[in-house]
Design a protein around this ligand. Sequence first.
Ligand SMILES: Cc1cc2nc3c(=O)[nH]c(=O)nc-3n(C[C@H](O)[C@H](O)[C@H](O)COP(=O)(O)OP(=O)(O)OC[C@H]3O[C@@H](n4cnc5c(N)ncnc54)[C@H](O)[C@@H]3O)c2cc1C
Length: 422
Amino acid sequence: MKEINTLEFDTEVLQAGKVILDFYSTECPPCEALASKFEDLASLYGKDVKFLKIYRQQNRELAEKLGVKSSPSLLFFDEGREVAGRLSGGIKRSDIIRNLDSMLPEKRVAELKTLIKPTVSEYDVIILGAGPGGLTAGLYLCQSKINTVLIDIALPGGHVSTTHEVSNYPGFIEPQAGYLLSHNMSEQTKLCGTVYKVAVDITKVDLEKKEVVIDEYETVRAKKIIIATGTTPNLTGAPGEKELKGKGISYCATCDAKYFDDKEVVVIGGGNSAIEESEYITRFASKLTIVHQFDRFTANKQAQDKVFNNPKISILFENEPRAFTRDGDKIITEIENLKNNQRQKVVSDGVFIFIGMKPNIELFKDKLNLDNWGYIKTDEDMRTSIPGVYAVGDVTSKKYRQITTAVADGTIAAMAIAKEMD
Ligand SMILES: Cc1cc2nc3c(=O)[nH]c(=O)nc-3n(C[C@H](O)[C@H](O)[C@H](O)COP(=O)(O)OP(=O)(O)OC[C@H]3O[C@@H](n4cnc5c(N)ncnc54)[C@H](O)[C@@H]3O)c2cc1C
């Protein structure tokens, strides 16, 4: 692996054979998350592909010329031509391997696979999920000198990192940008010494043995596991939704509202998320139509008042989406009036869906006591039905799901574990 600069780009990249080039920055958590994967893959693929790094801030002109807009960004070249598609953000090992493999003959790929050596690492506690619940548990465990590893399929932060503003987390007079609040939580836990393995693929979780296999080759073992995997947005299930996900249908206002400047959007839902996010989306959109199945909202009164008084927002109560289709640049939402079963088409530039969440328990759902909605049941110390396995935050069975309640659960589980391991 070698560090290059702009002057060396021609000879090291364009006039070379197969190259992977990492545009990185300092003070960049996703770059830190990538570094060990890049290094590890360099030792595996290094004879076939040249692994290069370039510091984006000091080679800004080159980055701009190549259209590199974020760090880290991985670019792949073969004989001076860019190939295989760029990777950026929370880059997984499997994504890099897929691109590298596409540059090599099949026989060589098969040979390289035989060289991957399984590894095993041991900790006191594994935390699955680095949202507010997992990060707080990590902080408390670390401060109790308990050797802890945080494992997440994405970058740390959980839902908070994509919430545009948080105004109800104590300790801040002004509303905080969600990404900043989650960044600070994550840095505090990392600085304490908790080990991070993030943006990984989780292949297997064995709660009884307290074993997690990541990226197919790395087994992580511990004495205890904390499940802090949170929730994922529900889908309406209407035809066309899956196909248009990310192509006109979104589940995250913070991520996507900015793309609807002066455009018209539809929001499906009527709870707190739908109402609060609708208000936010109208900072950009010129017109917003809320489609809600009931004859009134379930969101809190304050949020409802804002929506009722917003001239950009109109509301279709007692309607449900039946299909989503695309017509050129437009998304057509076919809705059904639940009173008279009449259908109509609402034309917009995009659709946001906020109809609740489901717990992320796919990898271990058969093993735990769950409530009727699939959330993990715990006792007051956040213990689950399996000895040594705890669950915290939104994934647990509870009435109120907030950052403060997730943080509280994380605290309780960590303190209970610290006491047990004393
Ligand atoms: C749009 C929106 C706005 C919100 N606004 C507010 C607000 O203003 N104030 C407030 O208090 N609350 C708010 N909330 C609720 C708040 O974000 C959650 O209650 C809180 O984030 C829950 O934290 P958590 O750690 O339990 O889970 P999450 O934040 O969901 O984090 C779970 C983590 O687990 C990871 N994960 C998922 N599956 C796996 C797996 N199999 N293995 C490993 N890791 C996995 C995820 O990648 C994620 O990082 C909002 C929620 C949403 C959706």
